[in-house]
Design a protein around this ligand. Structure first.
Ligand code: ADP
Length: 527
C-alpha cells in the first residue's frame, strides 16, 4: 500500500520512541508496503524488526492518554537478535567514533543488534563490541555466495568484461548473477589462441530437473561453490579451467550511510577544502576531505536558493537511502552560512560532461552499461517510493571505475527559485518532463521513468541536448501532439524501443524501473 503521509520518513525510521512527528507542508510519499525499508539488500526476515517497531510506536501513542491498562514495557532501542548472526567482513573498516568497531577484511564477527538497516552492533573475536556499517559484512554461511572471492553481485556484463580484460590472465574468472532470476553466469578470460584474439566467455550455470547445478553436461553439483571448485581444477568442457578468481574484496570501499549511526550533522572543522570542482544551480562544489581521511564533495548552498529547514529534515531521511548506484549523502553542516551538503566524491565528474568529452570513444556496450547503472539506482528509489523529480545526465556522476551513480535525488523540492520550479520558468527541465508534470505538476516514479528514457537518449547521443533547436514551449506542443525524440545513431532498435516505451503518454502504460532493469539486462546479455 502506498499512502501519502504528513510524517517525514525520518519519524518512521527513528528507532527511539521519543521522536516527535514532524509536519511539513510538502507531503512525502511513503511506502507502507511489506517491502518498506531503505536498504539495498535486506532480507524479509530482518524486516520484522521494522514492523514490530511500527506496531509498538502506534501503541505507544495510545499510552499518552490516561489508561487503566498495564503500561507497555519500554521499547527496545533497536532490533535485538535472538540468534546471533555470524558475518564475515568484506572490507576493512576504520572506526570513526568511539562507539564504532574496527573490521578487518575476511575476519569473522557476530552481529549482536541491528540499530537500523545500515548500522549494526557487532562483536569481534576478542569480545570487543561496536557499530559497523552493514554493507561491509556478509552472512558467513556456505550457501551465501558473497563470502567467496569470485562472486560479484552487482556487475553488468560490460563491467565484467572490463574487469577481466584488465586482469588479462588465462582463466581469470568471476561468477555473477544471471539475467534469469536465481541463476548465475561464469565469465572467464581466454587468452589469444593461434588464430583468435583474447576473449571473454560467459557460461550460464544451469539447473537440471533434480535441482543440481551444471555448466558442462555430465558434471552435476549440489551447490555453486562445489561446481566452481570442480571447474577450478578441471576444465571439463570449458575452454580453460577457472584459474584465478578475480575479487572486488577490499578494492573499493563502498560509501557508508552517513559517517556513523544517526550522525547527519557534520562538524565543519573536520572538513578541509582541496579544490573547486564545479558549480551548479545550488552553488559551488569543492573536493574536500573529512577528517583528512575520506574524500568528499562539499556543496556550498547559495543563500536564499533553498528552503534550508525543510531540506535539513529531509537530509536525515536521504542519508538512509544507501545503494551502490546512488551518490551517498554523508551529512550536512548547518552551523554556518552557506550551508554545506557533504556527499560521496565521484572522480569522473558529471555524466553529461563525461559523455561529451569521450565522444566517439565509448562503445555501445559501455553506453548500455551506464543506462543499466542508472536503472538499478532508480529501481532502488522506486522500491522505496522515493521520487527523483530531476533525473537527467547532468544529475548523474561517474566514479573512478566508470560506474554511474544518481545524484541530487529529491532536491528540487527545496529549491525556492521560481525559474527552476515553475513549469513556465526558464530553468524548468521541460525536455525531461512528461505531460502530467508540465501540465499538472504531477510527479511519480512513472514521471521519473519518462526522464530515464530521455537520459538513455542523452547517453546514446553521447551527450546531445534533447530537442536541440526547440524552445520549451515548442517541446510542450510537440510532445502533446505525440512527437517523440528520434532514434540516436548509436542506439540499436531494441534499445530505442526501451527508451520509447518510457515516453508513453499515460504514466500507467510506461514500464516500471524493475521491468526496465530486466529488459536492459536481457539486451546486454544477448548481444
Ligand atoms: P547543482 O546541483 O547545484 O546544479 P551539481 O550537483 O550539478 O550542481 O554540481 C556541479 C558540478 O560539480 C557537477 O557538474 C560536477 O562536475 C561537480 N560535482 C558535483 N557533485 C560532485 C561529486 N559528488 N563528485 C564529483 N564532482 C561533483
Amino acid at each position: 500500500m502506498i499512502c501519502l503521509s504528513d510524517n517525514t520518513i525520518q519519524s518512521i525510521f527513528c528507532c527511539c520512541c521519543c521522536c516527535s512527528v514532524q509536519k511539513r507542508e510538502e507531503r512525502t510519499q511513503v511506502c507502507m508496503s511489506r517491502n518498506e525499508e531503505l536498504s539495498e539488500k535486506y532480507p524479509q526476515h530482518r524486516r520484522q524488526w521494522f514492523y514490530e517497531l511500527q506496531k509498538n510506536k502506534k501503541s505507544n501513542r495510545g499510552c499518552a492518554q490516561p489508561s487503566k491498562r498495564k503500561p507497555l514495557p519500554p521499547l527496545p532501542p533497536s532490533e535485538i537478535i535472538e540468534e546471533k548472526i555470524q558475518v564475515k567482513a568484506l572490507f576493512d573498516f576504520v572506526p570513526r567514533e568511539p562507539c564504532d568497531l574496527a573490521l578487518k577484511r575476511a575476519e569473522e564477527y557476530l552481529i549482536v543488534e541491528k540499530y537500523n538497516p545500515h548500522w549494526w552492533k557487532a562483536r569481534d573475536q576478542l569480545g570487543n563490541e561496536g557499530l559497523i556499517p552493514s554493507n561491509y559484512v556478509t552472512e558467513n554461511k556456505i550457501t551465501n555466495l558473497e563470502i567467496y572471492e569470485w562472486y560479484h553481485r552487482n556487475i553488468t556484463r560490460n563491467q565484467t568484461e572490463r574487469l577481466l580484460k584488465h586482469e588479462s590472465k588465462e582463466g581469470a574468472f568471476i561468477v555473477r548473477d544471471s539475467r534469469h532470476l536465481g541463476s548465475y553466469t561464469i565469465s572467464v578470460f581466454i587468452s589469444a589462441r593461434r588464430n583468435e584474439e583474447a576473449s571473454i566467455k560467459h557460461y550460464q550455470i544451469k539447473k537440471n530437473d533434480t535441482g543440481q547445478w551444471y555448466v558442462a553436461e555430465k558434471h552435476f553439483f549440489h551447490s555453486i561453490p562445489e561446481l566452481i571448485w570442480y571447474h577450478q581444477h578441471n576444465a571439463a568442457g570449458l575452454l580453460t579451467r577457472l584459474r584465478y578468481p578475480v575479487g572486488l574484496m577490499g578494492s573499493c570501499m563502498p560509501a557508508t550511510a552517513g559517517f556513523s549511526y544517526e550522525k547527519w550533522e557534520i562538524n565543519p572543522n573536520e572538513l578541509s577544502f582541496v579544490r573547486e570542482i564545479g558549480s551548479g544551480q545550488f552553488g559551488i562544489v569543492h573536493l574536500g576531505q573529512w577528517r583528512a581521511r575520506v574524500h568528499v564533495a562539499i556543496k556550498a548552498i547559495n543563500e536564499g536558493f533553498m528552503s534550508e529547514e525543510d531540506f535539513i529534515e529531509e537530509a536525515k531521511v536521504m542519508m538512509k537511502l544507501s545503494h551502490s548506484r546512488l551518490v551517498q549523502l554523508y551529512g550536512v553542516c548547518i552551523q554556518q552560512k552557506p550551508l554545506y551538503i557533504v556527499t560521496e566524491y565521484m572522480e569522473n565528474g558529471c555524466l553529461l560532461n563525461y559523455l561529451r568529452e569521450r565522444k566517439g570513444k565509448l562503445r555501445k556496450e559501455v553506453l548500455l552499461s551506464m543506462c543499466q547503472d542508472v536503472c538499478e539506482g532508480m529501481e532502488y528509489l522506486e522500491r522505496n517510493c522515493f521520487i527523483h523529480r530531476d533525473l537527467a545526465a547532468r544529475n548523474c556522476l561517474v566514479s573512478s571505475s566508470s560506474i554511474v551513480k544518481i545524484s541530487d535525488f529529491g532536491m528540487t523540492r527545496y529549491v525556492l527559485d521560481d525559474e527552476y520550479i515553475s513549469s513556465s520558468g526558464a530553468k524548468f527541465p521541460i525536455k525531461w518532463s512528461p505531460p502530467e508534470v508540465f501540465h499538472f505538476n504531477k510527479y511519480s516514479s512513472k514521471s521519473d521513468v519518462w526522464s530515464f528514457g530521455v537520459l538513455m537518449w542523452e547517453v546514446f547521443t553521447e551527450g546531445k541536448m534533447p530537442f536541440e533547436n526547440k524552445s520549451n514551449l515548442q517541446v510542450v506542443e510537440a510532445i502533446s501532439n505525440g512527437f517523440r525524440l528520434y532514434r540516436p545513431r548509436l542506439a540499436p532498435l531494441c534499445v530505442y524501443e526501451v527508451m520509447y516505451s518510457c515516453w508513453h503518454e499515460k504514466p500507467r502504460s510506461r514500464p516500471t524501473f524493475a521491468e526496465l532493469l530486466q529488459v536492459l539486462t536481457e539486451i546486454a546479455e544477448t548481444r
